[in-house]
Design a protein around this ligand. Structure first.
Ligand SMILES: C[S@@+](CC[C@H](N)C(=O)[O-])C[C@H]1O[C@@H](n2cnc3c(N)ncnc32)[C@H](O)[C@@H]1O
Length: 272
């Protein structure tokens, strides 16, 4: 693992406890039976009963365990030891069967050699990945013929805006070759949290790169959807729309804030 990813892992180890006690994650409500997934991904993924699901970058497993509550046979992967430890303890405490693997996704093939009906990943995953073509090849490699990959993620276009300004102004480049070195200012779930990790390394991947890498990995694009709402207050000017989503004030829908994408692996055709 490269040095910058090692630093990011230390950050995610710290963020696990911070996020778990934040109101954003609603851990107590989840323990009481709530499904943590949003209507968007639930609707677009569809019925998962009996499906074998791999969740890449699962954090401390609430989404993974939510899919399990909906009937999937789940495996979650994350490189944060703290996150995986909490995910395993939630699985045990709540008696929700799940397998959690602690691994850098780039090293996953060394320990996981299986295929899945569905490979899932969501919200805040790509910025931590230095190598997008390798990520896409890995995601595709775990989809069985006839299965699919699904992701929902913050829109790369929305990532260019200043996250500390009430006005909409461009602060970060859309096109970027290397990682941004950003000072750590708490968590998205608790901006006031004090952390020891000082710097985070984040990669910006364009929408074109994301789609191209997935298509080049052999997956067939089924849809790419863009939405003018998001799942937390990622820019100061956003306002809550309902219990799940945030959007621009006054009902404006000028900006793409998240996108979702489904790509399938074609069935193997018998030789003619
Ligand atoms: C923003 S979180 C995902 C959050 C998730 N959608 C949720 O709300 O629970 C990003 C996750 O990616 C993980 N991660 C980052 N780089 C990784 C890598 N190379 N391999 C595995 N996990 C990684 C982090 O540990 C973190 O748990």
């Amino acid at each position: 693992m490269e040095e910058r990813s090692r630093a990011n892992r230390a950050l995610w180890n710290e963020l696990t406890a911070v996020n778990a006690r934040s109101p954003l994650y609603r851990l107590e409500q989840f323990k009481a039976g709530e499904i943590k997934l949003n209507p968007l991904e639930r609707g677009e993924v569809g019925d998962v009963r009996g499906k074998k699901l791999l969740h890449l970058q699962c954090h401390f497993g609430m989404d993974t365990l939510s899919w399990a509550r909906l009937g999937a046979d789940v495996t979650g992967v994350d490189f944060s030891e703290e996150a995986i430890e909490l995910a395993r303890s939630l699985s045990e405490e709540l008696q929700i069967p799940a397998r959690f693997i602690c691994s850098d996704i780039y090293e996953l093939e060394q320990i996981l050699d299986e295929e899945f009906d569905l490979v899932f990943t969501s919200y805040g995953v790509l910025a931590w990945l230095p190598d997008l073509p390798r990520w896409a090849a890995l995601a595709a490699r775990y989809v069985r013929p006839g299965g699919f990959f699904y992701m929902v993620e913050f829109h790369p276009f929305a990532m260019v805006f200043d996250d500390e300004s009430a006005d909409l102004r461009v602060r970060y480049p859309y096109f970027l070759e290397d990682a941004l070195e950003l000072p750590v200012k708490g968590s998205y779930a608790d901006p006031e949290a004090r952390l020891e990790t000082r710097v985070a390394y984040e990669w910006q991947h364009t929408l074109g790169d994301i789609v191209t890498c997935l298509v080049n990995s052999g997956l067939r694009l089924e849809f790419l959807h863009e939405f003018p709402y998001t799942v937390y207050q990622q820019l100061p000017m956003l306002e809550p729309l309902d219990e799940h989503y945030w959007g621009q004030p006054d009902g404006r829908t000028d900006l793409p804030l998240i996108f979702s994408l489904k790509a399938s692996r074609p069935e193997i055709c018998p030789e003619a």
